[in-house]
Structure formats: C-alpha cells, structure tokens
Write a new protein. Structure first.
Length: 158
C-alpha cells in the first residue's frame, strides 16, 4: 500500500521541510511507499478570487489522482478523532485495500466543490484552524503515531 501526501504549494519554512523529512523517513517502515507530492498553488495576491484559485488547485490535484485511490481531505470541516480513534480509522481505510491512500492538504482557501465530491473521507486535526503549512508536519506526526499504535509499538502514551 502506498501512502501519498499531496500538498498545495511549496513551503520555504525550514522547520516544516525538516519535520516532513523526519516523519517521512519514519513512515517508510510502516508502508510500502510514502510519497510527498506538491501541486501548484493558485495565484496568491490581494486580488485573487478564492473560487478561481480553488478551481486552479483542483485541476492540479486531479492530475495527481489515479483510479482506485482512496482520498482523504485534511479539512477543517472534517471528522475529528483522538489519536487512537484515528489509528483505528486508518486501519479501516487500509483494510479496504486501495492501491493508494491519498491524503490532501489544500491551499489557503481550502478545496473546491469538485475536490469535495472526489473525496472518500474528510479529516480534521483539530477544531482550531492551523495554517496549511503547519498542518503538513502535524499530520505526518499523527500518521506516524497511528502507524505505531496499530503495530502496538511504544510511541503513544495513554
């Protein structure tokens, strides 16, 4: 099973890049493949029209998706889980047997309706709102935590 983490836009924040590298290397122990995919961010200026930006980003996201992908959006309106609940949900998704489990973090304006319709699930990491940059590291840590919980390894403390 390959896990793909699609991110809209790139980051120039070293701590985000470093954090992603740490957790991607750890996650490779648990999945057959782990890939980070950056897609082009829509125009970002004070004059940007959010709907137009979301549609541009949707086109870029769709080019990455493949038939049979199980798609999970990281979205503020998604379902909120504890770490243990997320581990259980992750296992359910994996048990469905998709070739690829694709997690997507959107851009600053979120997702277009088109992408919401393609998604199999929505996940929120918190009731609080975080920047799409910070979510990149927070999510990978939670994915790693879930993988260790599912394997019964020492990392998560109740």
């Amino acid at each position: 099973m390959e896990v793909v983490f699609v991110r809209v836009g790139k980051t120039d924040m070293d701590f985000v890049n470093n954090g992603e590298e740490v957790y991607i290397s750890r996650l490779r122990h648990y999945f057959n493949g782990v890939r980070l995919v950056d897609v082009k961010q829509g125009a970002k200026s004070g004059k940007s029209v959010p709907q137009v930006v979301k549609e541009m980003e949707a086109e870029a996201i769709q080019r990455v998706l493949q038939t049979g992908d199980f798609v999970v959006l990281l979205d503020e309106r998604g379902e909120v889980f504890s770490s243990v609940q997320f581990a259980n949900q992750l296992q359910k998704w994996l048990n469905r047997g998709p070739r690829r489990l694709v997690f997507i973090v959107g851009g600053a304006f979120g997702f277009s309706e088109q992408i919401y319709q393609l998604a199999n699930a929505r996940l929120s990491l918190s009731k609080m709102t975080f920047s799409h940059q910070l979510i990149r590291v927070l999510f990978l840590e939670q994915l790693y935590r879930a993988a260790t919980i599912n394997k019964g390894e020492q990392y998560h403390n109740e």
